[in-house]
Design a protein around this ligand. Structure first.
Ligand code: CUA
Length: 315
C-alpha cells in the first residue's frame, strides 16, 4: 500500500509530485543548514571595548537576504504551479470511462453497485471490487452513515465518502492484479479494518465475472443446504440480501455471490469454512464493535451447520 510505488495514470503523476516535493524539501533543508553552520562557525572581527553586541549593517548582508527571499519565493511559486497543474491533469480521465461503479461506505464495509444503462444488467456486491484492467472507471462515492474515505494507494489519491453528498472520481488499474486499499478517514471502532480489495482483470475475464454476478443464486435442491436457506431467511435476511430469494436486507453486505470473494469481514479474514463459521457464530469476537450480533443466540449448532451449507452454495 505504498503510494510512492505507484501504478496507473493518476497515482504515477501524484507520486512524481510527491518525490519532487521531497527532493525540494531535502535540498532546502541542506542549503539552509549549511548557511547556518557557516554563520555559526565564522570568525568575527574583534569588537572594540564598550561596543559588545552592537550590530552594524553592511550592504552585502542585505543583498544576501534579498536574494535568498527571492529564490525561496520562486521555488514556492514553482511548486504551487506544479501542484495545481498535476491536480488539473488527474481530475478527469483522458478517455471515456468504461463503466460507473457506485461505492457506498458503511461502518465498516464497502458496498459496490455496478451500474449499467440497462438496469437489468446492474448488480450489487461488497468488499471485493473488480475492474477491467487498462480502462478508466468512474466512481460515485457516497456514505450510508458517517464520513469514510476511499483509498487505493497504488492507483489514486483519497476521496471522501460523505453522507448526503455524491463525490465523483475515477481510477484506472494499468494491468491485471490485486490492489489493496483502506478506508482512510476515521469512522469508528473498526476504521482500521475497513479494508478494500480491488481485482483488475483482462476485459474478457471481467465480462465473465459480470455475467456471473448478475445471475441469481440457484435454490438449493435439498439436504442441509435447503434447511439452511430456511434458517437464513428467518435469522439473516433482515440484514443480508441474496438475489432471487426472500432475503432482501441491505444493512449488511449482499451475499448473492459470497463464495466468489476471497475474503470476508471487509477483507479482514480469508473466506474459509472455519472463518465463515466463526463469523456467523460470533462476529464481534473477530471484529470487535462490528454491527453483526453473535448469532449463537438466534440459532442452534445444527442450524449453524445448515446455514454454512447454504451460503456455500452462493457462488
Ligand atoms: Cu470507514 Cu474509516
Amino acid at each position: 500500500m505504498n503510494y510512492l510505488d505507484a501504478e496507473g495514470p493518476i497515482a504515477k503523476q501524484i507520486a512524481e509530485l510527491g518525490w519532487g516535493f521531497i527532493m525540494i524539501s531535502f535540498w532546502s533543508t541542506v542549503i539552509v543548514t549549511g548557511f547556518l553552520l557557516i554563520a555559526l562557525f565564522k570568525r568575527r572581527p574583534p569588537q572594540l571595548a564598550g561596543h559588545e553586541g552592537t550590530v552594524t549593517r553592511s550592504g552585502a548582508g542585505l543583498t544576501a537576504v534579498y536574494s535568498a527571499t527571492a529564490l525561496s519565493s520562486l521555488v514556492l511559486l514553482g511548486s504551487a504551479v506544479w501542484m495545481v497543474s498535476v491536480t488539473a491533469a488527474v481530475i478527469r480521465p483522458s478517455r471515456e470511462t468504461a463503466l460507473t461503479i457506485q461505492v457506498i461506505g458503511h461502518q465498516w464495509w464497502w458496498e459496490f453497485r455496478y451500474l449499467s444503462p440497462d438496469t437489468k444488467q446492474s448488480f450489487v456486491t461488497a468488499n471485493e471490487m473488480r475492474l477491467p484492467a487498462g480502462e478508466p472507471v468512474r466512481l460515485e462515492l457516497m456514505s450510508a452513515d458517517v464520513i469514510h474515505s476511499f483509498w487505493l494507494p497504488k492507483l489514486a489519491g483519497k476521496t471522501d465518502l460523505i453522507p448526503g453528498q455524491k463525490n465523483i472520481t475515477w481510477i484506472e488499474a494499468p494491468k491485471p492484479g490485486v490492489y489493496r486499499g483502506q478506508c482512510t478517514e476515521f469512522c469508528g471502532l473498526q476504521h482500521a479494518s475497513m479494508l478494500l480489495r480491488a481485482v483488475a482483470e483482462p476485459r474478457e475475464a471481467f465480462g465473465a465475472w459480470w455475467k456471473q454476478q448478475m445471475r441469481s443464486s440457484d435454490p438449493p435442491t435439498g439436504g442441509l443446504a435447503k434447511e439452511g436457506q430456511a434458517v437464513f431467511t428467518r435469522a439473516c435476511a433482515s440484514c443480508h440480501a441474496v438475489s432471487g430469494t426472500e432475503a432482501k436486507g441491505t444493512f449488511g453486505p449482499d451475499l448473492t455471490h459470497l463464495m466468489s470473494r476471497a475474503q470476508i469481514g471487509s477483507n479482514l479474514l480469508p473466506n474459509t469454512r472455519a472463518y465463515r463459521a466463526g463469523w456467523i457464530a460470533d462476529a464481534p469476537s473477530l471484529k470487535p464493535g462490528v454491527r453483526m450480533p453473535p448469532m449463537t443466540r438466534e440459532i442452534s449448532g445444527r442450524e449453524l451447520q445448515a446455514v454454512l451449507a447454504y451460503i456455500e452454495t452462493l457462488h
